[in-house]
Design a protein around this ligand. Structure first.
Ligand code: NZQ
Ligand code: ZN
Length: 391
């Protein structure tokens, strides 16, 4: 296991009606004027925004509203939010929504207290300072409710890039699984896929002797395999939703990723798909992961075989471990298809003729030098072949 520092100070309020505690939480974490940031309307339609407003009013905390965050959130609204926060002297950002809303909130929080262009953080500069952020989560997926990360798409060039820093870890996150019961099945399944991807991206490591985090990841993957089909069959299954919601947080606050190198090539390869086609991030990952894993499998075939046996219940073939490894990848692909995820470019809405554009954005866009690295380093030729495997 490698040395690490793990700082994860988010306060989680979990369970039915948890959103009624939002006002008290904002007060506890020092907010005196709040920006409520939300998405395209689901939180308005469900009455959640009204409940959040009532909770803030009960504490006597003034607020402003800024809605309209799109899935795969854009830089334009971030600039707007930064202006608003500066002009109105906002000192706390409350994200009410999914990963897109939370990430947009984190970008506004960092940008408001920074003299330069907030995009600097999405080009490699670490976020050291930000307004405090709290969240009310409405979809179990991205894990942004517990993560130090934010992913934004820059409209100029349509690059999707991430920024990080402990300063943008939410001060608190309200997790009420019942809020996710209004999700369409496709979004529920895309969320499940993203959670599983966050686990796989950590499982694919070059670090040795990391049994504790290996076992934690395996346990969470097994949970998703158990609960995923239950929630697809019955969207109102609160208990299944609760287990998925907490697994989603655990999968990405990095408690399973400390002390080990991680991959993230599947995420980088997918991010160009959701940037170009505006597809759901999880749906893009469903198509991306099996191709990437098959391509890089030989780098450490036993790691894939271990996942196949421990997570997917495959029989170990000691003479031909690559057979076991491949069976595990196939089991993952079949599971994702079974919950309603796409399996190829056509089902995702992607086009073969765009592969050079995707590879250019992935390997050269926004200052990259021709490769992406993780479990293995991939160059433009590798990435081209991987995208071709998804066709
Ligand atoms: O905008 P509204 O109307 O709210 O609709 C949303 C949106 O259309 C809808 N939705 C959310 N909660 C709902 C609901 N509809 C009905 N009932 C509810 N309770 O779902 C759609 C998708 O929402 P979005 O926030 O985009 O989903 P998700 O949480 O999957 O976030 C995806 C974004 O997170 C980034 C992705 O790249 C993508 O941009 N990621 C962020 C990470 C992080 N910050 O740590 C890590 C992830 O790997 C990921 O890259
Ligand atoms: Zn993800």
């Amino acid at each position: 296991m490698e040395n690490f520092v793990f700082y994860s100070p988010t306060c989680f309020v979990f369970g039915k009606d948890a959103e009624s505690q939002v006002g008290a939480m904002v007060r506890r974490f020092g907010g005196s004027k709040v920006l409520i940031h939300y998405g395209g309307g689901s939180a308005l339609r469900s009455g959640l925004i009204d409940r959040v407003k009532a909770s803030l009013e009960a504490e006597g905390i003034p607020f402003l509203l800024l809605g309209g965050v799109q899935p795969n959130p854009r830089s334009g609204l971030v600039y707007e939010g930064i202006e608003l926060c500066r002009n109105e002297k906002i000192d706390f950002i409350l994200a009410v929504g999914g990963g897109s809303v939370i990430d947009s909130s984190k970008a506004i929080a960092a940008g408001t207290v920074y003299d330069g262009d907030f995009w600097d953080f999405y080009s490699g500069k670490r976020i050291e300072e930000a307004l405090p952020v709290g969240t009310v989560l409405t979809i179990a997926a991205a894990g942004s409710e517990g993560s130090p990360d934010s992913v934004i798409t820059r409209e100029d060039g349509m690059f999707k890039r991430g920024a990080s820093g402990d300063a943008i870890r939410p001060r608190f996150s309200v997790l009420n699984p019942a809020l996710t019961q209004t999700l369409p099945p496709f979004q529920t399944a895309a969320g499940i896929t993203d959670i599983m991807a966050h686990l796989y991206e950590r499982y694919l490591t070059n670090s040795k002797e990391v049994e504790v985090t290996d076992r934690m990841i395996e346990a969470l993957l097994l949970t998703m395999i158990h609960e995923g089909p239950r929630v697809i069959a019955d969207p109102n299954n609160y208990e299944a939703r609760a287990n998925i919601m907490w697994a989603g947080m655990m999968a990405h606050n990095n408690s399973c990723g400390v002390g080990r190198s991680q991959d993230w090539n599947s995420h980088n390869i997918e991010h160009e798909l959701s940037a170009l086609y505006d597809c759901a991030h999880g749906a893009g990952l469903a198509v991306t992961m099996p191709a990437v894993f098959t391509y890089v499998m030989q780098h450490d075939v036993m790691r894939f075989a271990k996942a196949a046996v421990r997570v997917w219940g495959c029989q170990m073939d000691f003479d031909h471990p690559e057979v076991t490894a491949r069976a595990g990848i196939e089991a993952l692909r079949n599971f994702l298809i079974s919950i309603g995820m796409p399996k190829n470019f056509a089902e995702l809405g992607a086009k073969k003729e765009d592969i050079p554009t995707l590879v250019q954005a992935l390997c050269r866009g926004d200052g990259r030098m021709g490769t992406i690295s993780g479990f293995v380093t991939l160059n433009e030729e590798d990435c081209t072949k991987i995208y071709e495997m998804m066709v």
